[in-house]
Write a protein that binds this ligand. Structure first.
Ligand code: ASP
Length: 611
């Protein structure tokens, strides 16, 4: 028999009771987390979002109350009217904040019962994630999930407060819009009023925020939902949240300072002070030193040790003399057995274009001078693992357009980038494999970094043309304007990424604010004037009405909260996430819709293979 709540008012939250409350009368409401029935004595752990309080129903509470307590099961919703009592010293539970007290029940009201559970929110490790997502409301009752959602809220507030204090305004932009050029597939929404026409959900508020700069808003931000219909990788979601901002008259320095400011505020929510300004590195430096554009700096950088070998050595070793020889140091690995060294070869994989030297001592026997010089450059400690990655001779990799030289530093060729990329992946794989030895990933060590001067274009092998490496509104590097058309592969952009421990937290750029340059970029991307008009006509026009220089950035809020929570997946910090197959298991979306709805939209669904 369920009871009515009547005029009963909750007086305390379950997690809030302390020794100083002893003697107080209380009314608590919440869920039965667990029930322990000792016959005469029944204990209930009553849970609400703040924590757990132990409720005691003693034998002298009366047969009726005792019977009611006996009938309670996990996740029944109850009200407890009682009084707070200090626990005996021997029964104090130091593991919970309310562990010094318990509430002796004088009355229980059963407000709702609960079906047999697919899993109990009282359990810690629930292996079946699909079940957790299907019954998300039960999953979200778990204190750990509640904490993650609260952290998310705190981080959003900290970011908002910081940006507001810096003169930014949060401005909403539409969800029903037209295709934006982030390069992913759009989610489309059919228009009922305009049969055969579609809105697109925004991949980001990119064009709107630029329009807001043209409109004179000066400093915009938004904690914005973005939608990208990508094939999902483990750490992606079809809809995700960005901290999106844009500033007028900004140079990269100004944008970096703002981002460092709100990240400092975000990290304060977990009590961590981060050091600013973050180090900076160009894209080319990142590739040279880490073989990747999102370096994890918790492990040593790579070094080029080609100069340690004489040309004849390279020939003997069958090494491509035109490519770097990369030394990788993995700390604290210790001595490896023959078998363990062979495993390193397997980890590297069987590659045509690159080879690994995983046994330095053996190499040292034949090339003592070279290896001694390598040790001087790479500086491994006695128990560090030192391996080399080099290009294999006379193995042509994929033929990509060549990259020229520009600026003061010779730019990397595609073959160099490729080899450094292979070495960089191997460095990370070694880092993971020996994570327990070096312990660098286990500490709360947050290594932020700005990567700047990304290439302007990326070669799309399947389409045989250049794509914008960031998006087509990104400004080229002023120094590289003259080579935009003659040597697009060498042109750098004013795009930058903020990176943390090998993860890209966000990307942005200084934008093109002149219509003439925007046209050059569209042309370089192979877009005809007609196509430019069709896709971005309004934007090209807007650029001609006194557009100020501007730039911005967007950071993934989900990822930031995941890192702050120390969570293993984005799904742990998104209240209602989708599965890796883009399904909402709780709502069961997507679903077919009724014929009536389709008819109104003028849409007939046919099987994909029949098109
Ligand atoms: N809109 C861009 C993105 O989502 C970020 C930016 O350039 O501000 O990647």
């Amino acid at each position: 028999m369920l009871d009515f709540l009547g005029s009963l008012q909750r007086t305390h939250m379950c997690g809030a009771l302390r020794a100083s409350d002893a003697g107080s009368s209380v009314v608590l409401m919440g869920w039965v987390n667990r029930r322990r029935d000792l016959g005469n004595l029944i204990f209930l752990d009553l849970r609400d979002r703040t924590g757990i309080t132990q409720i005691v129903i003693t034998a002298d509470a009366g047969a009726e109350l005792h019977k009611k307590a006996e009938s309670l099961r996990s996740e029944y919703v109850i009200a407890v009217i009682g009084h707070v009592k200090l626990r005996e010293a021997s029964t104090i539970n130091p593991n919970i904040p309310t562990g010094e007290v318990e509430v002796v029940a004088d009355e229980l009201r059963l407000l709702n019962d609960c079906k047999p559970l697919p899993f109990s929110p009282a359990d810690n490790d629930i292996a079946n994630e699909e079940l957790r997502l299907k019954y998300r409301y039960l999953d979200l009752r778990r204190p750990e999930m509640y904490q993650n959602m609260v952290l998310r809220d705190r981080v959003s507030i900290a970011v908002r407060q910081y940006l507001t204090s810096q003169g930014f305004h949060e401005i909403e932009t539409p969800i029903l819009t037209r295709s934006t050029p982030e390069g992913a597939r759009d989610y489309l929404v059919p228009s009922r009023v305009h049969n055969g026409e579609f809105y697109a959900l925004p991949q980001s508020p990119q064009q709107f925020k630029q329009i807001l700069m043209i409109a004179g808003f000066d400093k915009y931000f938004q904690i914005a939902r973005c939608f990208r219909d990508e094939d999902l990788r483990a750490d992606r979601q079809p809809e995700f949240t960005q901290i999106d901002l844009e500033m007028t008259f900004a140079r990269p320095d100004g944008i970096f300072a703002i981002v460092e400011g709100f990240l400092t505020a975000a990290w304060k929510t977990i009590g961590v002070d981060i050091a600013t300004p973050f180090p900076r590195m160009t894209y080319d430096e990142a590739i040279r030193l880490y073989g990747i554009d999102k370096p994890d700096m918790r492990l040593p950088a790579m070094s080029d040790v080609k100069s340690c070998f004489a040309p004849a050595d390279l020939a003997t070793l069958n090494i491509d003399p035109d490519l770097p020889i990369v030394a990788i140091v993995t700390p604290k690995v210790g001595e490896l057995s023959r078998k363990e060294r062979d495993d390193l070869k397997l980890l590297f994989g069987d590659r045509r274009e690159a080879k690994v030297f995983e046994d330095i001592k053996r190499l040292e026997k034949s090339f003592p001078e070279a290896v001694s010089k390598i040790r001087e450059i790479a500086k491994p400690n006695a128990d560090d693992l030192l391996v080399l990655v080099a290009g294999s001779k006379a193995e042509g990799g994929p033929q990509l357009p060549s990259v020229g030289n520009c600026g003061e530093n010779p730019r990397l060729t595609n073959k160099e980038r490729e080899l450094l990329g292979i070495a960089g992946q191997f460095r990370l794989a070694l880092g993971q494999k020996f994570a327990a030895n070096h312990g660098a990933f286990a500490q709360r060590d947050f290594r932020f970094l700005w990567v700047t001067d990304f290439p302007m274009f990326e070669w799309d092998e399947t389409e045989g043309r250049w794509n914008a490496a960031h998006h087509p509104f990104t400004s080229p590097h002023e120094e590289d304007m003259p080579i935009l058309e003659s040597d697009p592969g060498a042109a750098r952009s004013l795009a930058y990424d903020v990176v943390l421990n090998g993860t890209e937290l966000g990307s942005g750029s200084i934008r093109i604010h002149r219509q003439d340059i925007q046209s050059i970029i569209f042309k370089a991307l192979g877009m005809s004037p007609e196509e430019q008009q069709l896709r971005f006509g309004y934007f090209l026009e807007a650029l001609q009405y006194g557009t100020p220089p501007h730039g911005g950035i967007a950071l993934g809020l989900d990822r930031i909260v995941m890192i702050l929570a120390g969570a293993s997946s984005l799904r742990e910090v998104i209240p209602f996430p989708k599965t890796a197959k883009a399904i909402d298991l709780m709502m069961d979306a997507p679903t077919p819709v009724s014929d009536k709805q389709l008819k109104e939209l003028g849409i007939a669904v046919v099987s994909r293979k029949d098109i």
